[in-house]
Design a protein around this ligand. Sequence first.
Ligand code: NAI
Ligand code: MG
Length: 498
Amino acid sequence: MTESNPAIAAAVAHLRRLSNKHLYGGKLQDPISGMAFPVVSPATRKEVGSAAQGDAKDVEAAVRAARAAQPAWAAMSPRARGRQLVEAAKQLNDHTEEIAALLALETGKAIRTECRVEAKVLADAFEFYGGLGSELKGETVPFASNMLTFTQREPIGVVAAIIPWNVPLLLMALKIAPAMVAGNTVIVKSAEEAPMSTLYVVEILSKLLPPGVVNILSGDGPTCGTPLISHPSIGKITFTGSVATGKIIAHAAADRLIPTTLELGGKSPMLVFKDADLERTVAGAVSGMRFTRQGQSCTAASRIFVHNSLLDKFVQSLSDKVNAMVIGDPLDEKTDIGTIISDQQYDRVKSYIALGEQSKGVQALHLSRLPQAPELKNGLFIQPVIFTGVGNDDRLAREEIFGPVTCVIGFDDDEDAIRMANDSDFGLAATVWTSDLKTALNATKRLQAGFVQVNQNIVVQPGLSYGGVKQSGLGKEASLEAMLDHFTSKKTIIMNMD
Ligand code: NAI
Ligand code: MG
């Protein structure tokens, strides 16, 4: 199809070259057990590579490498560490086309609307944190006049980063870049569904950083994740993924009394008040629902509360916009919407769509068209769906679907909209759409969510604190304080001068 494109040809070659490998201690490594699992393109369902299956022995070897590297890495000045990450950002920027193609091949996300964007933000995250080395400052404390009292920030040691498949590169960067600048060494466990793009990025990093500073293992949760999160030399676990796995990780961390950061799911409300600018709001719903990522986003606007005076127009206009989007080959520049990541997720999303179709009073609008090309006929494509007539208590409005499915729910009273928005187990993100400052301030103040936007819905950005409340997680990522609070330990030093 697109093999004549040099970036895609290079990505295909990387997939072969990196097959059946972990990377630790500065080198590509064979899995000690010899086990591997196939990497399948969800668009063609063809095998595009093979990933090493890590187990406790690989974990042991990677932890040993990370531990050995940590003291010398921590002894470097923070700015010198940061400079290495800024250099890494340049290298990543030079490779964005290949990174994007690799990501599209293994995840089925569209290259133009998603993968290239992610590859660029990946580099941006390294540049951002690379510049923050000198911010690892302590404080002087006016405790007593005869005592010099101060704090210093120290690295924790070896950090385990467990990442998902939906935005694997950015989510990995937002964990490992601050951890490394702060003087920790890291071991990434990639997601089974997206092991190769992360491995390629770690390979680029490891060519610049001292051996053992950045390490990556692939493998499933039970075989590779379990020994990693329970290893006695891991000092911190940072995780993004499902609530269920987040709780397993929190238990493992509790057993060893180590800190964790958890970024879990969402059922993020979008509140459209009666004075909202309709055109802008509809465009915001398209980007906010992350239709170009097949809705596989923890911040997807999957519950849209619309004032009843705007409801019909809103649904019509949103349907028109989504109908105009192209579902197709992820590697094709014309494609807006690619595929669902895996059979498991495909079946899960389909089961929610079936649930809606069987529910009394619920209407389903199936939008855009499935691709017709013969080579894509087995691809994991799903048409976006807008449900109307859903109650906020229905499973469709309560559970994270993680697919291109949103529920539009009408309201008359603004208070009702805020109450319904907060009536959720989750509290990750929320957006408010209005032309009235008072309405905006009232809603943003009262919404139970960690990341709230007015009249826009953009994704997490380096520099902005990001993280949820309730079942959506613990701790913050992406900002300066995310590095300070989550990847360092503060020591208080009191010197008696008498
Ligand atoms: P998951 O939470 O099981 O997987 C995420 C990561 O955790 C993967 O690297 C996986 O290998 C690892 N993992 C799984 N079990 C583990 C264990 N016992 N110990 C250590 N690591 C373990 O999520 P999954 O199964 O891929 O997706 C299920 C649902 O989770 C999705 O439908 C979606 O609702 C939610 N999800 C949310 C994400 C977010 O961005 N917050 C990302 C991915 C999934
Ligand atoms: Mg799972």
